[in-house]
Design a protein around this ligand. Structure first.
Ligand code: ZN
Length: 328
């Protein structure tokens, strides 16, 4: 993208008062009910979650031109400042060139796993419709490169059991379990127990996995890849999946896939972020024309051993493939 085009893009959207008002409304703090049983002295930690991350195409080119850390440089202080930071990695990190027969395939260098770690990510979801773009080999490479870099893959693994196993991260004595699911059907590849796989969302998987996660953690977070691309409201299916994960015992749902930000919701005292939009993603020409395109959302959540204490949706702005806080 040329600098002229960036300026035009910026200018057009900074004039878009409607979008700003909409985003500001979404960002209103929405504290969850504090648990009456939690003592005041209970340790609290912050969990931040961001949306879709894909290094393919223009992002790799922009990073080559500027600096490898370019995509995350404005958000690194926020991500590293949180006790736990997660995102949705929506591309395969592999050198394997044999892709699936599908319209959009996203692949980037495995070295990006280290950049995710440097940026402050503790875990990323790979249960999405692009982690398997380069087949089971591509997914296996992604999982391995993430683990080697110290970033935990969630919702995907070298076997189906690994994909369904919660990743538990403990900070200040608070244990948070992360599960991730792909809520789009049919699966890209046939379900195979002993092959590299992603976890598919359904009520029985939620019930089994969340129950197992509860035994090892105080708080259970479910990352859910579902919904309709470019839609600003959650679909019936998205709502039903997110709510059924809460019915099964999850405390917090982090949604993504629509590429634009959708509202958050309180359901049975728990919190659902339906879609955080893009975080680092090469925009398509049609995406650039969408007034909501340059906006991204970050879930900022405070948890203690009893669950979610407070949650808010923080608006971010994307300028030339780089997410930025609204206030520097
Ligand atoms: Zn997706």
């Amino acid at each position: 993208m040329t600098s002229t085009r960036i300026a035009a893009w910026d200018g057009a959207y900074s004039r878009s008062v409607a979008v700003f008002v909409w985003m500001a409304a979404l960002s209103a703090p929405a504290p969850a009910s504090p648990s009456p049983s939690a003592p005041d002295t209970a340790p609290q930690i912050t969990v931040v979650a961001v949306g879709d991350i894909c290094f393919a195409g223009g992002v790799e080119r922009a990073a080559r031109k500027a600096a490898a850390e370019y995509p995350f440089s404005r958000m690194r202080p926020t991500l590293t400042g949180a006790d736990i930071a997660i995102g949705n990695l929506e591309c395969a990190l592999t050198k394997h060139k044999d892709g699936l027969d599908k319209r959009y395939r996203f692949r980037a260098s495995p070295s990006w796993a280290r950049r995710l770690a440097d940026a402050g990510f503790d875990a990323v979801s790979v249960a999405n419709n692009h982690a398997q773009d380069y087949g089971r080999v591509g997914l296996a490479d992604t999982v391995t490169s993430l683990r080697n870099a110290g970033v935990r893959p969630i919702g995907g693994g070298h076997t189906l059991a690994e994909a369904h196993e919660a990743q538990v991260i403990e900070q200040k004595g608070v244990r948070v379990a992360f599960l991730a699911y792909l809520g789009m059907f049919p699966p890209l590849l046939p379900i195979a127990e002993r092959e590299p796989s992603v976890a598919m969302a359904n009520a029985s998987a939620f019930a089994r996995d969340i129950k197992a996660a509860r035994r090892r953690a105080d708080v259970v977070v479910v990352s859910l890849h579902a919904g309709v691309e470019m839609s600003t409201t959650p679909s019936w299916r998205q709502k039903s999946l997110a709510r059924s994960a809460i019915d099964a015992g999850a405390d917090l749902i982090i949604g993504h896939h629509p590429h634009v930000v959708q509202p958050m919701e309180r359901y049975r005292g728990k919190v659902i972020f339906y879609s955080l939009g893009n975080f680092v993603f090469n925009p398509s020409p049609s995406f650039l024309k969408n007034p909501r395109g340059p906006w991204s959302g970050m879930a900022h959540v405070t948890v203690d051993r009893s669950g979610v204490v407070a949650a808010k949706l923080v608006p971010l702005r994307i300028v030339d493939r780089q997410p930025r806080p609204l206030k520097p």
